[in-house]
Write a protein that binds this ligand. Structure first.
Ligand code: PMV
Length: 337
């Protein structure tokens, strides 16, 4: 068997709903046009049953046995190896070897959706390289299982965002099924938002989800109240997007951020920077799991209805602007180089 496929998946931002989404509340997510491209070649490899993995931007070049299972994601490249293992486990005919190359402009470990993009794109590229036209629902199922290895308990909203693209409302139902509603054209109504990278958080998404679970055990009323505020902001955000009123999202950002601070997922330095933005008449919230102890919380959304305000805006020290279009296309085929 030998074949080649190249696919790309976008990054994502959670507009409203992070953390609450893990407990069955809705989340509003948008794909963004940083992309990850995965090229997979299934071949008669020089050594049978081997996986060659190359991620040039991270200087990763590893060759591992395809039978080797990765239980925990520790070393760089482990998530990709896990994605190949899980993504190809139920193929009827296995190739002798895989050669995978990953190129990405999505910042890693910072709420931009790089691990979801990796899970989705590696599964899709490997299966297509084997001639298997895998359906999107099956990609989502496998990618969500890969994500659980990385993060532990997960809502799956980021997998849907990068797979489907555009802007989506997602909700994890009681029986573990992720309901989704596509909001066509909503990406064009997100002009009030600008994206900034506030620095890589010290904690992983899994650690942050664990911290919120422990807080919920200690202070259930506080967490319940915060989740209700987040869920209301998410629902109001959906309604604002459906009626084409992007400016109405700005006060929702203030409410969502206050609730995220109440559950302790915004580190002190980022809270200070966000207070300064609010003092200038803007609003800002973390997007994604956030952080506890470091200087950065990953992706931060800054919101104001007027483009002139954004032009005048000087970002806090160390924050980097990411000028990306929201509502980008989801998983797509690329021509292999
Ligand atoms: O991995 P991140 O930073 O995009 O955060 C994921 C969002 C959480 O709600 C914290 C976890 C989840 O699975 O929804």
């Amino acid at each position: 068997m030998s074949g080649e496929a190249a696919v790309s998946a976008p990054g994502k931002t959670i507009l409203f709903g992070e953390h609450a989404a893990v407990y069955g509340h809705p989340a509003l997510v948008a794909a963004l046009d940083h992309r990850m491209t995965v090229t997979a070649r299934a071949s008669t490899f020089s050594e049978r049953g081997m996986l060659r993995l190359e991620i040039p931007s991270l200087r990763i070049a590893r060759t591992v046995a395809l039978t080797q299972t990765v239980d925990a994601v520790k070393e760089p490249g482990d998530l990709a190896i896990l994605a190949v293992t899980i993504g190809t486990a139920d193929l009827i005919r296995h190739p002798d070897g895989f050669h995978i190359r990953i190129d990405s402009t999505i910042p890693a470990g910072s709420g931009f959706g790089s691990s979801a993009a990796l899970a989705v794109a590696v599964v899709a590229a490997c299966r297509r390289a084997c001639g298997d036209d895998i359906a999107p629902d099956e990609i989502a199922r496998l990618a969500s299982s890969i994500e659980r290895h990385q993060h532990g308990r997960a809502s799956g909203v980021d997998v849907q965002a990068v797979l489907r693209g555009g802007v989506l409302l997602c909700r994890l139902s009681d029986d573990g099924f992720l309901e989704r509603e596509e909001l066509p054209g909503a990406g064009a109504r997100l002009d009030a938002f600008r994206l900034f990278h506030s620095g890589v958080p010290n904690e992983t998404t899994g650690e942050m989800v664990g911290a919120v679970r422990r807080l919920q055990d200690r202070e259930p009323a506080r967490v319940r109240e915060a989740f209700e505020t987040i869920a209301a902001a998410t629902r109001d955000g959906r309604a604002a997007l459906l009626r084409g009123d992007g400016a109405a999202l700005v006060p929702l950002v203030l409410r969502a951020e206050a609730a995220l601070e109440a559950i302790g997922v915004v580190p002190g330095g980022v809270i200070e920077a966000i207070r300064a933005i609010e003092a200038e008449g803007g609003a800002a919230k973390i997007s994604g799991a956030g952080g506890l102890t470091g200087a950065g919380a990953g992706l931060v959304l800054v919101a104001h209805a007027e483009p002139e305000w954004h032009e005048r805006f000087t970002p806090p020290k160390g924050w980097i602007a990411h000028r990306v279009r929201l509502g980008a296309e989801g998983l797509r085929s690329e021509i292999a180089a």
